[in-house]
Ligand binder design. Structure first.
Ligand code: BDP
Length: 708
């Protein structure tokens, strides 16, 4: 009997977490380290100590270390070596060390000797700083051998680091390609899911500190007591991880809920309703972050329905949440079918005159480009143009326009391109990064939002490589100056293996991947050429939709003579919305560069490009280059896949095949169409499209995911 009990105890002691590599563990895999690294780690960090275990955030940090370290070192409690001391500067032991972490969310990781004992200290001013420090430490451990002495101090550059979930109350996800919403609204608030905690851990590991739970195309129901209780339950689970909950608010909610006669922001009854609603939400969620609003955009109601401005609308809501320390994120993604002006100009035209008119707890949320999350857009002209208003950057992590969840497109390169772009708002060096981190104009309220790619799929993001985009978003929101290559490297090291034989070529593939998508979908500054509705696959021929600016033909303007949207003075003059040096560069055919050529210029098919080719030949070459890049990725993965686990390797391999087929589809359909419009023949030796144009035009995909 005793022997049996002992055997069971042994089994329990040696039970390892299941090692299935289905992607669920993301970059927090904590797999056993090779023996030398394991013993070095145990000697350094065999046990965890804290004086603040009663704090739920510190407890979460300790739990993470205690889950990770034994798993990586392979050691049970008897193998303890060095000690990690974790906590805040409020703890006496940490205060005695004289460490000074920076800011509210910053942390320090340092090897110290105290009373003859070697300690690895992870400290923040607040518990969440310590939590971020713990995750940072685990990131380093998973990346390879630790340096002999750690002395790290970090703090985030941006205050609001938020995911925007476009999740509907029926659990569908607008533009979501990873299954259903992770929020199982139907079962909330009584039942939660362990996934919520793992979601929180993953976000906290990156420093993401907020989540807007519901779609910007919001329903009024999400503001009813029933749904507030559900959101409150989610907030309870996320809170220890430093993540606040926000809600998208539908402008006309009080009217639709039959509680006010109007949604006019200047009507006192409307303001009173929102104040009471905010009070009610804060009673349920004391640290509620605030509201995100899509107003007067794509059919959504808004203050303009009552002849009031965006600022009047935003300020009314801001007053409602102000007593509780809440904020309003007001989206600048607006364009109107009754405005005949270039869609790319409309957000600037509406918002620029409102600079200085927003309350100080309002931040205006601006997409990276002026149209709509296309594979490549020049930076949005509002960046740098509203110095008196805090602006937050909105990027789309879910790949609505870059191949859904199957195409490999690493988006850090796209986001870095925007963050590094120089607005010249205050002379050279006025990058978008400095606009959104507040340093250019001295704003304290700063932010970056990413439209989440997270769903109920076992691997969270629909594909393994799409996890890298969630990861990269969080890392860039923490520090917009991190480079795509360093982010890709640390992600791949943690997600797969630190082996450079795998990591180096995988990172190289990631870095090329977004340009490949640009090349096979929308080369040379083209944009918005996708099929209608679901946005899956090519539709450059579409020109019969009700609203002019929904038609691909509106964007490419191809005819017998040439292609491209003239946004110079001879056209829509959108270039004039940029600061002078930028406007000059974009307006000049010699300086605009190939990447944005057709975004700003209408160019003759036979005009010569820098390469010496005609425009038509250059476009053909780009489409071919895009397809070739994906073929190359398939070949490379055939070598790399065997270096990792079969389950993930096989899924990646099969998705690369889908990407190849669809790259060819995009290329063939686009060339068939543009060839027919231009009347130009394919250059000698170029493979003709597999089918005629009618074939591509007839393709329908009524059941593509993510549609709304
Ligand atoms: C577009 C999406 C649409 C969103 C909209 C937005 O197609 O589903 O509602 O952006 O950002 O790209 O509001």
């Amino acid at each position: 009997m005793a022997r049996l009990a002992a055997a069971i105890a042994m089994l329990i002691a040696f039970a390892q977490p299941a090692l299935a590599e289905d992607g669920y563990d993301l970059w927090l895999r904590y797999r056993p380290l090779p023996a030398d690294r394991a013993s070095a780690l145990a000697a350094r960090a065999g046990a965890v100590e804290t004086d603040e275990a009663s704090d739920p955030t510190i407890a979460a940090a300790v739990a993470e270390l205690q889950r990770a370290l034994p798993s990586m070192t392979g050691g049970g409690p008897e193998q303890q070596g060095g000690v990690i001391l974790i906590g805040t500067t409020r703890s006496r032991r940490i205060a005695a060390l004289g460490l000074e972490p920076a800011g509210e969310d910053g942390f320090i990781i340092r090897d110290v000797t105290a009373n003859g004992r070697r300690l690895l200290v992870i400290a923040g001013n607040r518990p969440v700083g310590a939590l971020y420090g713990a995750f940072h430490f685990l990131r380093l451990v998973q990346q390879g051998p630790l340096p002999a002495k750690l002395d790290i101090a970090e703090k985030p550059r941006v205050k609001l680091r938020l995911l925007n979930h476009w999740d509907n109350l029926d659990r569908t996800v607008e533009r979501g390609y990873s299954g259903q919403s992770i929020w199982d609204w139907w079962k909330l608030p009584t039942a939660t899911d362990p996934r919520y905690t793992d979601y929180a851990r993953a976000n906290a590991s990156l420093g993401i500190n907020g989540a807007v739970l519901n779609n910007v195309n919001a329903k009024p129901d999400s503001l009813t007591p029933q749904w507030i209780a559900k959101a409150a339950k989610v907030a309870d689970v996320l809170r220890p991880y430093g993540i606040r909950v926000y809600l998208s608010a539908r402008w006309s909610a009080p009217v639709e809920l039959k509680q006010t006669a109007t949604a006019d922001p200047l009507d006192p009854a409307v303001a009173a309703w929102w104040r009471a609603k905010a009070d009610e939400i804060y009673r349920a969620i004391p640290d509620f972050g605030g509201f995100l609003v899509k107003a007067n955009s794509e059919g959504q109601p808004g203050p303009q329905d009552y002849k009031r401005s965006h600022a009047e609308g935003a300020n009314m809501l801001a007053a409602a949440v102000r007593p509780h320390g809440g904020i309003v994120m007001w989206r600048a993604f607006v364009y109107s079918e009754v405005d005949p002006d270039d869609r790319a100009k409309q957000a600037y035209s509406e918002f620029k005159p409102l600079d200085g008119k927003f309350a100080d707890n309002v931040i205006v949320q601006v997409k990276n480009g002026a149209i709509d999350f296309q594979p490549r857009e020049p930076f949005h002209p509002l960046f740098g143009a509203m110095p008196k208003t805090p602006l937050m950057l909105e990027v789309q992590i879910t790949k609505e326009y870059l191949g859904f969840a199957t195409h490999l497109a690493y988006l850090a390169t796209m986001w870095a391109e925007v963050l590094e772009a120089d607005t010249f708002a205050r002379g050279k060096g006025s990058t978008v990064a400095k606009v959104i981190d507040g340093s250019l104009e001295g704003h304290a309220l700063t932010g970056m939002a990413g439209v989440a790619n997270i769903g109920s799929d076992r691997n969270w993001s629909g594909s393994i490589f799409d996890q890298a985009n969630w990861y990269a978003f969080g890392r860039l929101a923490w520090n917009p100056d991190l480079t795509p290559v360093e982010i890709a490297r640390e992600w791949a090291q943690q997600t797969f293996t630190p082996d450079p034989g795998f990591v180096d070529p995988t990172v190289a593939m990631m870095l090329e991947s977004r340009q490949a998508v640009v090349d096979y979908m929308t080369p040379m500054g083209l944009a918005h050429l996708m099929a209608t509705g679901h946005h899956y696959g090519p539709g450059p021929w579409v020109g019969d939709l009700a609203r002019p600016e929904w038609n691909p033909t509106y964007y490419h303007r191809a005819d017998k003579g040439g292609i491209g949207f003239d946004r110079t003075r001879s056209g829509s003059d959108a270039v004039a919305q940029y600061a002078r040096p930028v406007a000059r560069r974009f307006a000049d055919r010699r300086t605009v560069g190939d990447d944005f050529l057709l975004w700003f210029h209408h160019v003759g098919w036979d005009e010569r490009m820098a390469s010496g080719r005609t425009l038509w030949e250059e476009m053909v070459a780009r489409y071919d280059r895009g397809v070739a890049a994906v073929e190359g990725m398939n070949r490379r993965w055939a070598m790399l896949g065997p270096l990792i686990d079969k389950e993930r390797a096989d899924q990646i391999a099969s998705f690369l095949v889908i990407q190849k087929e669809e790259a060819i589809w995009w290329r063939d359909a686009s060339l068939a169409y543009f060839g027919s419009v231009s009347g130009r023949k394919l250059p000698a030796g170029v493979r003709p499209p597999a089918h005629d144009l009618q074939y591509y035009e007839a393709i329908r995909h009524p059941y593509a995911p993510g549609h709304h």
